[in-house]
Design a protein around this ligand. Sequence first.
Ligand code: IVH
Length: 707
Amino acid sequence: MSAETPVETLTEQQAQAELQRLAKDMAAHDAAYYQDDAPTLSDGEYDALRQRNEQIENRFPNLKRADSPSDKVGATPSGAFGKVEHSVAMLSLGNAFTPEDVQEFDTRVRRFLNLEPDAELALTSEPKIDGLSASLRYEKGVLVRGATRGDGRVGEDITANLKTLPDIPHRLPEGVPDVVEIRGEVYMSGANFAALNARQIAAKAKPFANPRNAAAGSLRQLDTKITAARPLSFFAYTWGEMSYLPADTQRGMMACFEAWGFRVNPAFIGVTHPDGLLAHWADIEAQRASLGYDIDGMVYKVDRLDYQARLGFVSRAPRWAIAHKFPAEQASTQLNAIEIQVGRTGALTPVAKLEPVTVGGVVVSNATLHNGDEIARKDLRIGDNVVVQRAGDVIPQVVKPVLQARPENSLEFVFPTHCPECGSAAVRDVDEDGKADVVTRCTGGLTCPAQARERLKHFVSRAALDIDGLGQKQIDEFWQANMVQAPQDIFTLQTRFEDNPPPKWLYANGPKDKLGTLKESVKKLFKAIEARKTVDLDRLIFGLGIRHVGETTARGLARHFGSLEKMMQDVRDMGRGDGALRADLEAVDGFGETLLDSLVAFFGEEKNCESVQALLTAGVRPTPLEAVAQDTPVAGKTIVFTGTLVQMTRAEAKARAETMGAKVVGSISAKTDFLVAGAEAGSKLTKAQGLGVTILSEDEWVALASL
Ligand code: IVH
């Protein structure tokens, strides 16, 4: 038997020996890679070993070793790159799918800016490149840092790798601003992708699924020589920090970028009407296959930079730009089974188990079916041939069954009446009008293990605690080993480690070893956990998994309460019937009744309060959000807007006040600091006068806001 013996012909005994050899070899390569930063194999060669190990395990599942390389923590070299905090966040884009969505974008922008319907609004249009975004920082014309997007606030330092790209200049011409941050997309062309995969196959290495994965894999190499050997390209399309802006339009900025030596997309155009956007979209869609690189839609931007500044951002996307996606790619396959997943809120979600099929360059074998009604509406049966689709980064969907090809023995799916994980009754909530919710929920609450486990996964997810090396899979393992049952357990893991039988996968050489021989990756994990004891308050609040608390709401709550203790106290007081407190909270913009009820329900549950308290006791120190701007006359103040504003819309006024650090609320109380009264202000003005609140005219507000 040799490493070349096909997996299909291995006897059980041979397979066992081979798995042992692979585990030993790969552990040695890992040590060389992670601890010594001196890889003994190329990425491709390593992948080939990994793949062979997996193939053997798939054929002989009972032979899978306790120290199997496929269960290793931190298989990707993440953590090996330094972190870079972006001085200006790298944002994502909102999506448009239909011409109506695009029209609405134009209308929304005009409304926000208070433009007349026939006023000119110049827009730009360019392809949305399907690659990875990168930010390049130049100081005094010299490239000093290149970073990935990461979570938008903190990325990874990949300067050395980015410097190998021929499209990325190391120096900018004389006379550029002192600080220039160019942002754009790193991608691999179709031709280069095909050639790379041919080389991978010739080297018996695993081919990449699509150009985007190939670009990502190539960019995140610890060995810069590997990146240099992978042909990557770069289009510039936006910027981060700039000591000054060298132009006053998007078009002007692109012209500068080009003059400075960057490539900008040749299909970038300016238009003056949304119809122009739609025509360009159709034009580029028709050329999509012949462009030579993957794009997944078009990006439209407001051309004037003063408008962009006024429009600002909502959550993580700019109001002044939108991505208009191309239609999803489709394929047909067989629906083998429908499984039920229990989510962190107890929602029972049916998941389609599909015969694996490639859609848009990615192999799809699972797709969400949303809920029971959806299955009935689409008339899906187990065994059906179905059409599946994937739109960009969106989760795959089952579109419909192919009725002409329905097998006779296809089976109707009966939605369970009990939670498959804990056996509690599964019910659909009914609203005041007697209408049943589409979602069926497990009523097990805190006793349902699946809910508890999913809550943990949410707690460590990227937008929440985001602990390096502690992903979904590791949570499953720790859960099964009874080591982590609630969020606070994560932070006491290291101290309990020696007393408990830890999961086998944590060890380098089997469970008998002591802490001294822990895998490097586990030491790293403990370090990462320790580091996350200092976490942004909003991330922690989001991580608690309170219903109706998304990332934006979590930020609002963090800003409002300033600490977990205060939030818990106020919500519990409100739950005990403190009406004045409730009225105050209801007045805060974005805090509706549903949210407040949900907070009360969450903190009304003793176990949840204990869990929060235990996190604090375990040493978790949430850091309050910095006030957006502290040196403004309205920072920390509460403002109410009323009446008709003519110089800016209500939305713009509110956004502006919030960026200046103010809290915008809807009704007047003794706690209101300012009332901005536009034309025809009514009862709020009278009430404010009565309470002695400072009243500003629109002109006074504008003067204040443009400071
Ligand atoms: S503009 C503040 N333009 O799409 C807005 N983004 O889905 C900055 N992308 O994170 C983005 N092509 O990585 C812009 N021509 C283009 C783009 C583009 C691809 C990526 C970018 C962004 C993501 C959002």
